[in-house]
Design a binder for this molecule. Structure first.
Ligand code: APR
Length: 249
């Protein structure tokens, strides 16, 4: 782990007018949830066009529910890891204003983060496609899936944003506002290839923010948008940054 960059990140956070975090699946890998595009990622097992597009869900829901059951089990059993906990600590210290996450696992909230925007929705609740009744996923067991609406018996869909679906308007508006008014963005565990989510660090950069990338490998942001990349696992780097912030404070 690059100690100089850890120190630099702590300095950037301490002097920033406002710091936000933008997270992707990589931050939850150490909680046991595979990411999407790495070698063991979910998209190696399930073709996103066949399983993660809203048209696939409508045309063959039982098939898509095969993937959703996998995701459901992973999400409902996963626990926050030191990276999620470190971000919650930064928020408690008044040094992180918002987490904008592409993840649907609810682990930032479980770690104690209060201000979390779920840009791609959440796997923790499901809604009826017909009467919009919403269910808490914790009330269901894997053998109940695919579940039907208790009110009208129509099909339930997890409240995650499928490809081909719009981003929840409030999440998008609030995220764009945060990205345009912050001084520093911690971009953690995302391949930054899916839009409009990936425009968040780009918009922040255009407004003069410092972009700090934390990833196992470079991404399209590296060298273009990011001021620097701290290479390594989020579960180690985030706690090291928090410890350095405490030391420098
Ligand atoms: N620490 C830091 N980074 C990690 C770790 C780790 N322990 N493990 C993996 N990564 C990095 C990978 O190198 C990769 O750059 O996390 C990134 C994960 O990228 P993706 O799998 O593409 O996930 P993400 O960027 O969140 O995908 C965006 O695409 O499929 C859609 O809706 C889905 O929200 C998702 C979106």
């Amino acid at each position: 782990m690059n100690r100089q960059l850890i120190q630099k990140a702590a300095e950037d956070i301490l002097r920033s007018k406002k710091t936000i975090a933008f997270t992707g699946a990589g931050i939850s890998v150490e909680s046991g949830i595979p990411d999407f595009r790495s070698a063991e990622g979910l998209w190696q097992k399930y073709d996103p066009e066949e399983y993660a597009h809203i048209h696939a869900f409508y045309s063959d829901p039982d098939k898509v529910w095969l993937m959703l059951k996998d995701m459901f089990t992973l999400v409902m059993t996963a626990k926050p890891n030191p990276a999620h906990i470190g971000l919650a600590e930064l928020e408690q210290m008044g040094l992180l204003s918002t987490v904008i996450t592409q993840n649907v696992d609810g682990l930032h909230q479980a770690a104690g983060s209060k201000n979390v925007i779920e840009f791609h929705g959440s796997h923790r609740t499901l809604s009826c496609l017909k009467c919009s009744t919403t269910l808490d996923g914790a009330s269901l067991k894997i053998e109940d899936l695919p579940a039907r609406c208790p009110r009208c018996s129509s099909l339930l869909k997890p409240d995650v944003v499928f490809f081909g679906e719009p981003i929840p308007p409030k999440a998008q508006t609030y995220s764009f506002r945060e990205s345009k008014s912050c001084g520093t963005v911690l971009v953690i565990g995302t391949s930054a290839v899916v839009y409009p989510a990936a425009s968040i660090p780009i918009m922040a950069k255009e407004e003069g923010a410092t972009i700090i990338e934390i990833n196992m490998e470079p991404t399209p942001l590296t060298g273009q948008i990011s001021d620097y990349l701290i290479t390594g696992s989020a579960g180690k780097i985030i706690p090291a940054i928090v410890e350095e912030v405490r030391r420098q404070r």
